[in-house]
Design a protein around this ligand. Sequence first.
Ligand code: ATP
Ligand code: MG
Length: 704
Amino acid sequence: MRFLEDLDPEQREAVTYGEGPLLVVAGAGSGKTRVLTYRIAWLLASGRAQPHNVLAVTFTNKAAREMAERVEKLLHGPLRGGFVGTFHRFALTLLRQYPEKVGLPPRFAIADEDEQRRLVEQVLKELGIPSTQLSPRAARAAISRWKNGSSSAVSASELVSAVVERYQERLQAAGAVDFDDMLVLAVKLLAEDAGLRQILRQRFTYLLVDEFQDTNPVQMELLWHLAGPRPNLTAVGDEDQSIYRFRGAELEHILRFEHTYPGAKVLTLGNNYRSAEPILKAAAAVIAHNTRRRPKLLRSCSGDGEPVRVLAAADESDEAGLVVADIRRERAAGRTSIAVLFRINALSRPLEAELVRWGVPYRVVGGVRFWDRAEVRDALAYLRLLANPDDELAFLRVVNVPARGLGAVTLERLRQAAQIWGCSLCEASRRLPETLTPRAREALARFWELLDSLRQQAGGSLRELVAALLEQSGLAAQYDTREEEDRARLANLDQLVNAAAEAEQRGLTLPSFLDEVALLSEADAETAPQSVLLSTLHAAKGLEFDVVYLVGLEEGLLPLMRGEEPELADEEEERRLLYVGMTRARKKLVLTWARSRRLHGETRTTRPSRFLAELPPEVRREGLTSPSPLPHWEPKPLVRPRQEAPAPEARNGFRPGMKVEHPTFGRGVVLQVQASGAQTRVVVFFDRAGKKTLLPSVAPLKVL
Ligand code: ATP
Ligand code: MG
């Protein structure tokens, strides 16, 4: 097995460890994820396991895909039959197989964020709870904590219990589960069905978990049921990177692994292959202030590098200006793997504005994702109704989209009818109750006819089904091709057809396509390799970049304070977040803070984060030094490349960074050019109107 040569001796020991529980606990960048990947390859190559014996759990779908690809590369063959994915994906797979065992309808729906929010709001209204007493946001968080069995939520108040109960009733009545339910129900399934437990234990003889420090009690229980008494469970993690307490993650799980799994072997890895020496030293010095951890030593294998830079800006736009100027220098010097990380999403706005100003391509993790756009969600709701005509949440979303006169009054009457008949809302609507107006009955009849006729095509091509839906439902026709906003929506619907075509090629059916979409999370966003990534610290876990900027290092932001002083445990969690951020950097790390900051409409004088004082003086420097002079490039008119050879990104004469003008939206900068020819779409950030996607073949876009 030649691939074992890619590992150092400590890593090799972990990869080739025999049977029994194994915990690899080691610092950031020491190769834990690599060990897990190579271990899967080794188990298969050595004949200890067949692909279908392997169950590997990663933190995001994206990480899972990368891991599977890596294993296939090492083995020069496909990893068919093995499971590599998130806890949620695994749970959903189980529930789809045995829905009836936990009282779910055969094609149960998955409530998305939007639907969960609406449901909570409805419940609060029904119970007459004013938002001053319990905000919808707090209620959702409480529901989630309750479901995840976090110890901090044991004593839920009566109020919260009532909300949880009613919410759950509503969700069940709608034949739906939410994200947390997936795990909870999978655990219930395994806890109650010894036969199934047995089957799964016989099948999955090797369990592997990455980012083990962020498992919550429900996930631990799931593992426990799958693992059996003497499991071949390999967990890798780093308690210093445990940052999901708010989702119920418990540090105890990793700190007490040997206790939970007696006889467990604990190995550590001492080399860091990611970060240059000063970055590693700085990060280690910061995290050493935490008490609940196993002390670790890490040697840098990437040699010396620049000291960690600390930068004080006057305010948030000054901070954005300094960071983006430095990013431009780095890009001019050829470094393109760059990230700007922050504690809360609201910090990204000034940075975006500055990046746009200079035409630097970027991606935001946690912006409105393609799959969350209203027009896309509408189309998906129709698809969900095609897959399951009793999906009440989907029904409620689109019964009147496009508008067909089926408003609140109709819905109320349908609810009453459903109650009298003792059937679901969808069923009641199909029976066209007499209490409705003739117009409403007619409209409803048409609605279900449309779905029936589309369903006849559902067995065929997924792409054609989606295209037919968009046309026959009137979803596409709602939008006016003369309106820019609407054209962007149409473009998104086109994208959806493309996504369906792509899924069809991968052999997905309508239900599996819908499940895949439902499981996508923020951190799964694809990032164009050349663009600057703007991300929260949470979503950056497990990733690495040549250059990392951490902005907003101020008291109140990191550590984040909501109202009062954080308790000690929270301070340690905030310090871990900083540690995660710092250790994403390979070559260069810059930490910035602003003396005053405008946030949520309020300007405040700030103090530097207490954590900055923890950086050892020998590895920190104030201010920036330029690796090369700032490239001379005024953010002003660019020549339209006509005679000269077009730049690689230039399409149809447009390219990122170019200044353009539009009769309605005014002036803006081109962010991105997609496709070419008549299909060209240009993403423009307008000074006044914000970000828009335009079709230059129709939109009168003038290059300045
Ligand atoms: P994190 O704690 O951030 O999740 P990790 O411990 O999972 O980090 P990896 O992401 O597996 O670390 O590895 C960090 C980097 O070091 C990767 O780029 C990886 O390819 C590289 N690396 C790991 N081990 C070796 C090795 N033996 N030789 C060369 N490069 C290595
Ligand atoms: Mg990792």
